[in-house]
Write a protein that binds this ligand. Structure first.
Ligand SMILES: Cc1cc2nc3c(=O)[nH]c(=O)nc-3n(C[C@H](O)[C@H](O)[C@H](O)COP(=O)(O)O)c2cc1C
Length: 352
């Protein structure tokens, strides 16, 4: 087990890994996927050359995310990361999404039997799993590398998702206004404020989940148009102090919507896979991404964005891309907390 390197490092040399070691290596990478409020709403079981990924409904945001859409997007991001970890070992993952209608929380089963040389691109993405961090605030006024947006669009399309850049000033302003309206409404809703507070951890907290003050600015950075972040600090003054090198004017960056043509759990999982591919690809070019889901948690605002800004497709995330000097840090539960051997709960899983 000790032979297994943390993600971001080279897998061990000539000695083949045992199936247990592969499972642990894969889960150690997958936990670094992004998740709403860093709730890490997943658990994994392993049996032989197969890993099952379950959504952990005990970690679902009951108020903000009653349908489990964001929980499933988060699990989709973990699924993409797990598959990428298998590729880093030279395995070809076989993935079965939502394999059992009787177990809606069983997100996917991934097995590895066939091999194929990993590509340079896969290895580059793999190297970003632990480096990548969610950005919260404005960006430097630097253009994105040429070709990046096309690569991100193509990556999203592989999962049936569409990355729509909102370039027009009027539409950007409308999207920013939706984020702002949602943020204000949510700050006035006691139940939502209490739910968010449960995931916003205090400085020095020993918790391995939730959003730590090392991951957001103490003083909100305003942009034009303004895309306000979530109020994780809820008036406590927590957060990172402003870096002296940060210029006074910060750009909102390139604004985009990640959408799907339909809005079922499989679409949410695939949106999560697309999201993680996008985030890691951007990270390979030193581009950071800010995520906003405040307006998508209010049905009427989500509908308005769908009809006015995404041609009727279902918005799954609002994203902003740009350059930053990144200082944010996050936390994760260790793989042993989320990985168990397949037990009695797996009796419904099909034998292959
Ligand atoms: C479905 C989903 C929704 C998210 N919504 C927001 C959001 O509205 N605001 C925000 O600051 N971060 C959002 N995030 C980012 C998470 O807070 C972040 O992934 C988590 O705190 C872990 O930090 P890391 O991404 O830096 O590793 C979202 C992530 C996911 C997967």
């Amino acid at each position: 087990m000790d032979a297994v390197p943390p993600p971001g490092e080279e897998p061990p040399g000539p000695e083949p890994l045992t199936t247990d070691e592969v499972a642990r290596y894969v889960v150690a990478a997958a936990v670094w996927a992004p998740s709403v409020h860093n709730s890490q709403p997943w658990r994994f079981t392993a049996r032989g050359q197969q890993i099952s990924l379950f959504a952990d409904a005990g970690r679902q945001l009951r108020i903000a995310d009653p349908d489990g859409r964001e929980m499933m997007i988060s699990c989709g991001a973990a699924l993409f990361t797990a598959r990428l970890a298998l590729r880093s070992l030279g395995f070809l993952p076989d993935t079965c999404l939502l394999p059992d209608p009787g177990q809606p929380l069983l997100v996917a089963q991934v097995s590895w039997r066939r091999r194929a040389a990993r590509t340079e691109f896969e290895q580059e993405l793999f190297g970003q799993i632990r480096q990548r961090r969610t950005h919260r605030g404005g960006f430097d006024l630097v253009p994105l590398p040429p070709g990046l947006l096309a690569a991100l669009r193509e990556g999203a399309a592989r999962y049936g998702a569409m990355l729509r850049v909102v370039a027009d000033d009027g539409r950007r302003a409308a999207l920013a206004a939706a984020v702002e309206t949602a943020e204000h409404a949510q700050q006035l809703d006691g139940e939502r404020v209490r739910e968010l507070a449960r995931w916003a951890t205090a400085p020095g907290s020993a918790r391995a989940d939730g959003v730590p003050p090392t991951s957001y600015p103490a003083r909100a950075e305003h942009t034009d148009p303004d895309f306000p972040g979530r109020d994780f600090a809820h008036g406590s003054g927590w957060g990172l102090p402003p870096a002296s090198s940060v210029p006074p004017f910060r750009s909102a960056g390139v604004v985009a919507l990640l959408t799907t043509a339909r809005d079922h759990p499989a679409d949410w999982i695939n949106a999560g896979q697309a999201l993680q591919r996008i985030l890691l690809t951007a990270s390979t070019c030193g581009v950071a991404v800010a995520l906003h889901t405040q307006p998508l948690e209010l049905g009427w605002l989500r509908d308005s964005i769908r009809t006015r800004l995404s041609d009727g497709a279902y918005p799954q995330l609002v994203l902003r891309f740009g350059a930053v000097i990144q200082a944010a840090a996050s936390v994760r539960r260790p793989p042993e907390d989320v990985l168990s051997e397949s037990g009695s709960e797996d009796t419904h899983i099909r034998a292959e």
